[in-house]
Each structure stands twice: as C-alpha cells, then as structure tokens.
Design a protein around this ligand. Structure first.
Ligand code: C5P
Length: 220
C-alpha cells in the first residue's frame, strides 16, 4: 500500500487544516470522514428521520448515495448528486451528528466507503477512528489534540457567522459531542496503537504540518 496518513482527534484540534496542509505538501489526496458522517446526518434530518432513534437511523442508513472529492484544495461531499459542503456545517447538523455516527449500521456503511476511497493509498485521512478501525495498518498515525478552550475558540471562529455560537456555547456543545464520540460503544475516539500524539495548543498550523511531514518522510 502506498502512503496513508491517518489523523484522528477531537473536534477543533486542527485536524482539517493540518490534514489538508500535509496533503498539499506531499501531493496526496485528502479525505474528511467527518464530512461523511455529517452528510449522512444532514440527509436523515432532511428526511425527517428521528436521529435520536438508533433503530430508525439504522433502517435508512443504506439509502443516501455519498460521493467525496479528494482534492485538498477543493474537497467536496455530495449526497444523491447534490453538493452539501455548506449545509453539513450548520449547528443543527453538528449537534445531531454524534447520535447518527454512534449507530453501527451507519459506521459499517461509511467505513466500507472510506476504504474504497483510500484504495491503494496516497492519501491523508482525518476522523476519529482512522488509526484504530478504518486503516489500522496506515504507516503514519497521528493523534492530534489541543486544550478544550483552544479547541472551542477555533470552532467559534469557524462559526463566526452564527451569532449564537459564542465561545462559551461552542465549548459546551463541543464538550458534549466529544463525550458522546469518546464513550460510544462502536469505534469510540481513542488514540490508536502506534499513533504519534501532537498537542497543538501552543503550535501554529505550519509547525503541525511540518511535524507530520517529517514523520511521514521518516516512515518511508
Ligand atoms: O470531524 P468532524 O467534527 O466534522 O466530525 C463530525 C462528527 O462525525 C464527529 O463528532 C463524530 O461524531 C463523527 N465522526 C466519527 N468518525 C469519524 C469522523 C467523524 O464518528 N471517523
């Protein structure tokens, strides 16, 4: 398998910026698996499926057709042919996604799809279970963290257009999501065996990207 770089970590740890930066620096593709769980959640909400009802979610998990574009300069996610890159970032989706992603039928479907996209490699993949479940043989595994407050500040900046998304509200919603993602039965967020832990609280994006690029070069 050619290079696969798995980058896992909690929300707001800087995974997306770092993953895209590493993919650009090394000429690799980029897959945002969080966008896939968000797209599935967006579709469930649009269909009126009660997302807290795991059985109802499982029963519909096979229906939407997801397509991912893996260019790190313009990643895309489409559901049934419609680009949903914008709508999947709303607070409504963000606050519902942990319930949908905890459903085993959803995970089985999306993990299969993620492995198809990874194919023969040459890709940076970000998520919560990439080093543990999706690509446990990835030659480079990163567990990216940052302090809770730093992560909330970064998220709130992303959500600047939403006046309700203050740092305090974002921090509370994020803590809830991280708790759900880390304590669920199916593939909880946890540091994979052999993963390099990088704490980005005091690091700039360039330093994080450089660290991962160095680890990738050392692995080959
Ligand atoms: O990375 P992002 O914050 O966009 O992910 C949204 C949600 O998707 C996470 O809170 C988590 O519930 C779910 N997720 C997951 N497994 C992944 C990636 C994301 O369960 N590999």
């Amino acid at each position: 398998m050619s290079l696969v770089i798995a980058i896992d970590g909690p929300s707001g740890s800087g995974k997306s910026s770092a993953s895209k930066g590493v993919a650009r620096a090394l000429g690799l593709r980029y897959l945002d698996t969080g966008a896939m769980y968000r797209a599935m959640t967006w579709w469930m909400l649009a269909q009126g499926v009660p997302v807290q009802d795991a059985e109802a979610v499982a029963a519909r998990a096979g229906e939407p057709v997801l397509e991912c574009g893996t260019d790190p300069d313009a990643p895309t996610i489409a559901v049934d042919g419609t680009d949903v890159s914008g709508p999947i970032r709303t607070r409504e989706v963000t606050n519902a996604v942990s319930a949908v992603s905890a459903v085993p039928a959803v995970r089985e479907r999306l993990v299969r799809l993620q492995r198809e996209v990874i194919g023969a490699g040459g890709i940076v993949v970000e998520g919560r279970d990439i080093g543990t479940v999706v690509a446990p043989d990835a030659p480079v595994k990163i567990y990216l963290t940052a302090s809770e407050e730093t992560r909330a500040r970064r998220r709130a900046k992303d959500l600047a257009a939403d006046p309700a998304a203050t740092v305090a509200v974002t921090q509370a919603e994020q803590a809830r999501r991280d708790r759900l993602d880390s304590t669920r039965t199916a593939s909880p967020l946890t540091r994979a065996d052999g993963a390099h832990e990088i704490d980005s609280t005091e690091l700039g994006l360039t330093e994080v990207v450089e660290t991962v690029v160095r680890l990738a070069k050392e692995s080959t």
